[in-house]
Write a new protein. Structure first.
Length: 239
């Protein structure tokens, strides 16, 4: 009997192109998902069953070109494969559809509210996040959840994503020295999670405060010694 495995006939990630040589439209399309990934890398540093791709191709059909969202999150997959890392995200290898995709709208719409939205629904991606920083009459951030094959807009900012255990929302802040509105992860209480830069600043602030308390304690101790000596008491005789 012929030993046939259909997966053996499919191209591997090494055989598929990992770039279409098309640059991203603007810097924000790299920085926004990059910030979300950096926060996750710190938050989930001890977990190895997740992957966040930035501007990486997702192959869904060996006869079709990859689709390249600005960012996507998968759970239940290996975060680290080997030292060469992932070339692309191949569904028939990963066996997991991303749980969330992110599109950052550039100056020209690229089907974020129509064809891409429909396509991600057909792939059964649970959450579809669209961020358009230039939008004024409607909310710049829209978070959709797949319900019975259709995306339903979720209210609020931030929006809690129960299957991920995080919320996502927008807020003004500073990243890489740039102050503007960014996308962040939030906890269930709606508190924004700190970026790696903010964690470093917070740790430095705690160190400075501890050093200040130490110096103040030393100063008070020295004043007490001088006071005792003024009273004719040898501080070293006090045990």
């Amino acid at each position: 009997m012929l030993d046939y495995n259909p997966l053996n006939c499919l191209p591997s990630s090494e055989e598929l192109p990992d770039s279409d040589d098309t640059p991203v439209d603007n810097e924000l399309q790299d920085l926004i998902p990059g910030l979300l990934k950096a926060i996750l890398a710190l938050l989930w540093s001890d977990s190895w069953d997740w992957f966040f791709g930035v501007d990486m191709g997702i192959y869904f059909d060996p006869d079709q070109p990859a689709i390249v969202p600005d960012g996507f999150l998968s759970l239940g997959v290996q975060r680290f494969i080997d030292e060469d890392l992932r070339l692309s995200y191949v569904l028939w290898e990963e066996k997991k559809v991303p749980i969330l995709v992110l599109e950052v709208v550039s100056q020209k719409y690229r089907g974020e509210y129509s064809t891409k939205k429909q396509f991600y629904a057909e792939l059964e991606i649970l959450y579809y996040v669209v961020y358009n920083p230039r939008r004024r009459k409607k909310a710049p951030l829209e978070v959709y959840r797949l319900v019975n094959g259709e995306y339903i807009l979720q209210p609020g900012n931030s929006v809690w994503l129960s299957e991920i255990g995080l919320g996502i929302g927008r807020e003004r802040g500073t990243y890489q020295g740039i102050t503007r509105e960014w996308l962040y992860w939030y906890n269930e209480q709606g508190q924004r999670l700190l970026t790696p830069e903010e964690r470093i600043q917070e740790a430095e602030q705690r160190r400075l405060e501890a050093e200040q308390r130490r110096l103040e304690a030393e100063q008070r101790a020295q004043m007490l010694v001088e006071h005792l000596r003024a009273l004719g008491i040898d501080p070293e005789s006090i045990t």
